[in-house]
Design a protein around this ligand. Structure first.
Ligand code: AMP
Length: 422
């Protein structure tokens, strides 16, 4: 199958060619024809599968007819970075459609430009929930002509506590519309949204929710204290390109980036405390290769599209299987092969078990060559069997029970707590 088979407008096809896509990805093959038929779609796919173009292309096709100069398409996304990326794709694929305009709406930046564009009736609005509702409250947003709604990374939005905002937004939209939800996982909150707001949706599921198969996963057992040493040795020995390192908290991200830069690495950190300007500089610098290493927390790195990442290194084990698949989604994107290494401490056994279940295979335990482990035995240090040792301390934000609960669904207090810290 190729893009010509979708009978898209010639201007859209020309833009696809310019962007350089040759064959549609599996989610594009499945979702584009259904969206073109005006059906509601529930797309279960993670970042890295090509899901953005899967909704951008048929939506642009819809905009080839019907009214302009009013907001017809509303895309809601969890973070500004993701909103910008989606907006970039709308712009790239509508480059030959001069009358179609796409804009972003999110907080942390001035309102004036956003208000002006909204008043001009930009056809596509890609928004984060908070600022959108803020501007709606001030009567700058006109939802009355919206005929397509997209919720992207819907599960992430729920994790971040946006569910009430999302429900409010959807209720403000015209009832007659197409509703497209994209989510990597299917927690209860999303099921509720689907049954309340979608009409006979067609589910399109890509590769279950497991990470891209092109990713080489491995665990590197170590103790908490020696993680930094292990990382330095690994970076010296491994042939790496762009490396994305995840830490559990923003303090750890900042400290690790500082230590790496002392060792002459081109590194930058990305964490929730930074101003929007600094975040954007870090992301752009990394994407353009000014920095070889980006040290980030989950929340800060959410949705970032960095196609050339060769290595994802989980310096700290993520709290949930979801977070693991999202982190790993940053490498091995769209057919490219990537490497995902996770540093694990003995207390991580329960999480390792859950990830292995998702991947349906045991993860290989590896040693870094020429690293002096002393009496520590990496091959046997992390037990993921049923008898896996329960974490002793609440060091990762909770004991084994709360950790297991969070694997399936975040509790509200956890969400808030982790959000503030990351
Ligand atoms: P997404 O899942 O939308 O975040 O897309 C992941 C990456 O895949 C992005 O860098 C896209 O530019 C790229 N991509 C999407 N569709 C295709 C395609 N049909 N061929 C090649 N690359 C693609």
């Amino acid at each position: 199958m190729n893009f010509e088979d979708f009978s898209l407008d010639a201007r859209i096809l020309a833009a696809v060619k310019t962007v350089g896509y040759i064959d549609p990805t599996p989610i594009q093959e499945q979702a584009i024809p259904i969206i073109l038929e005006d059906k509601d779609v529930l797309g279960l796919a993670q970042t890295g599968t090509g899901k953005t173009a899967a909704f951008v292309l048929p939506i642009l096709q819809r905009l080839t007819t019907g009214r302009l100069k009013s907001t017809r398409v509303l895309v809601v996304a969890p973070t500004r970075e993701l909103a910008e990326q989606i907006n970039d794709e709308f712009r790239a694929f509508s480059r030959n459609m001069k009358k179609i305009r796409s804009m972003t709406v999110y907080g942390g930046v001035g309102k004036r430009d956003q208000i002006q564009k909204l008043q001009q009736g930009y056809e596509i609005v890609v928004a984060c929930p908070g600022r959108l509702l803020d501007l709606y409250g001030d009567r700058y947003v006109d939802f009355s002509h919206v005929d397509v709604l997209v919720l992207d990374e819907a599960d992430r939005m729920c994790d971040m506590g946006f569910l009430p905002d999302i429900r409010r937004i959807i209720k403000l939209l015209p009832k007659k519309r197409q509703t497209l939800f994209f989510s990597a996982t299917m927690p209860q909150d999303i099921r509720g949204l689907v049954s309340d707001f979608q009409h006979n949706p067609v589910t399109v599921q890509i590769g279950m929710i497991a990470p891209a198969e092109t990713v080489d996963h491995a665990l590197y057992p170590i103790t908490q204290k020696r993680k930094k040493e292990l990382l330095m040795t690994m970076l010296e020995q491994e042939r790496t390109g762009q490396v994305l390192i995840f830490t559990r908290t923003k303090y750890r991200a900042r400290n690790l980036a500082r230590d790496l830069s002392k060792h002459k690495y081109n590194v930058t950190a990305l964490q929730g405390n930074m101003s929007q300007n600094k975040r954007q500089k870090a992301i752009t610098g990394f994407r353009k290769g000014k920095y070889d290493i980006l040290v980030a927390t989950d929340i800060a790195a959410r949705g970032i599209d960095v196609t050339n990442v060769t290595h994802v290194i989980n310096f700290d084990m993520p709290d949930t299987v979801d977070a693991y698949t999202h982190r790993i989604g940053r490498t091995g994107r769209a057919e490219r092969s990537g490497i995902a290494y996770t540093f694990v401490v003995p207390e991580d056994g329960v999480m390792v078990r859950d990830i292995e279940r998702l991947l349906k295979q045991p993860l290989e335990r590896r040693r870094v060559a020429n690293f002096d482990y002393g009496s520590f035995m990496p091959e046997t240090a992390v037990d993921s069997s049923k008898n896996a040792r329960k974490p002793k301390k609440a060091g990762h934000g909770g004991g084994s029970k709360s950790r297991q609960r969070r694997n399936t669904r975040y509790s509200r207090s956890n969400r808030r707590g982790s959000g503030a810290n990351r």
